[in-house]
Design a protein around this ligand. Structure first.
Ligand code: KG4
Ligand code: ZN
Length: 334
């Protein structure tokens, strides 16, 4: 039997839809919301309104690109949690209405689990069990993944997420939101050893990034006192050095997790896994420690609906459906 799923993602500021047949992605459509740039961060109410404007054309385009008529869908999936509640509601309501109209089952998907399973979209894919470092604007987690349905968070941030460390640094440097991709870009021309930032000493597999942000702030205040053009003069070196520190914090914990669990299949996921330095760092660590390493293509790292679709495909196989009374939640436990 063939399984065809339409998936909708609307947890933050991307309205996305994807069609997946038997684990193969047939379309992956994303409408990004430019409206937030002028505010330096996502404005929840504006995100909800933009989702309402985008959802119909985005789903329509996903269906047309896939070449799949509505009556060939076997289930409708949507991001149920976590995320901005108003944003989630738009996707959830659309999915419930379509499931009701087509009389098809609904599949609620956990956004963070979907990031982890994005590694299964393309070949070569990791074999189970694998470890996944999920790094996004809101989360930093090391996930022990036993199977598509069984996964456990074994380490996470106690304060800021890795993406926030990038975005807040960018803001201090006067770069526009979201700053992660810009820091990545400037870092390519800079010296990662130019400046040294502290590595937090957090026990176990947990992370902390708030101290780094404060250290960067003091560092810049001190240097701009001596040279008001310091940021302009040394932007690439500052970006390369900050990025290098964020990467070593992440990879050192990942190494610890690999030793503790004995797992050598290691993946990246989430928006920050688009970072070129982190991808290179993981590959190098893999060679050094004997890991097999994986990271999704860029389009499957940042928020997208293909990862929701692949997760829904595995949930379909398990018969893991929900009733039409299912509601989204802003926070979600695993
Ligand atoms: O997973 P995602 O698209 O959305 C959330 O669920 O948060 O992640 C967004 C985060 C932002 O903090 C953004 O700055 C960061 O991913 N990001 C990057 C890069 N591309 C996106 N950070 C560093 N380097 C990049 N190339
Ligand atoms: Zn995400």
């Amino acid at each position: 039997m063939s399984i065809t799923v339409l998936a909708i993602e609307s947890s933050c500021d991307e309205t996305a839809a994807s069609v997946c047949r038997d684990g193969k992605i047939l379309s992956n459509i994303i409408a990004s919301q430019k409206v937030h740039e002028q505010y330096g961060g996502v404005v929840p109410e504006l995100a909800s309104r933009a989702h309402m404007q985008h959802i119909v054309p985005v789903v329509d385009q996903a269906m047309k690109t896939a070449g799949v008529p509505l009556d060939e869908l076997d289930a409708i999936a949507f991001t149920q949690a976590p995320g901005l509640i108003g944003a989630l509601l738009v996707g959830a309501q659309f999915a419930r209405s379509l499931a009701l109209a087509l009389n098809k089952p609904l599949i609620p998907v956990h956004h963070m689990q979907a990031h982890v399973l994005a590694n299964l979209i393309e070949e070569p894919s990791p074999s189970f069990p694998y470890l996944c470092l999920t790094v996004s604007g809101g989360h930093t987690q090391i996930v022990h993944c036993e199977s598509p349905a069984i996964m456990k968070v074994i380490g996470e941030t106690i304060d800021d997420a890795a993406g926030e460390a990038f975005d807040k640094t960018a803001k201090i440097l006067g770069l526009h939101y979201p700053g992660g991709p810009l820091i990545d870009q400037y870092a390519k021309e800079g010296n990662p050893k130019a400046f040294k930032f502290p590595e937090p000493q957090i026990p176990g597999l947990d992370f902390s990034f708030s101290g780094l942000k404060t250290a960067i702030l003091y560092f810049l205040q001190e240097h701009t006192r001596e040279n008001p053009d310091f940021v302009k003069d040394r932007l690439s070196d500052i970006c390369a050095s900050v990025q290098q520190r964020i990467i070593t914090i992440l990879l050192n914990k990942l190494k610890k997790a690999a030793i503790e669990t004995g797992i050598t299949e290691i993946c990246l996921a989430g928006g920050v896994s688009a970072n070129s330095g982190l991808r290179k760092g993981l590959t190098e660590a893999g060679k050094k420690y004997g890991w097999k390493t994986y990271y999704p293509s860029l389009e499957y790292c940042t928020d997208n609906a293909a990862m929701i679709a692949i997760t829904a495909y595995y949930k379909f196989i398990e018969g893991d459906f929900a009733g039409l009374d299912i509601t989204p939640t802003a926070r979600a436990n695993w």
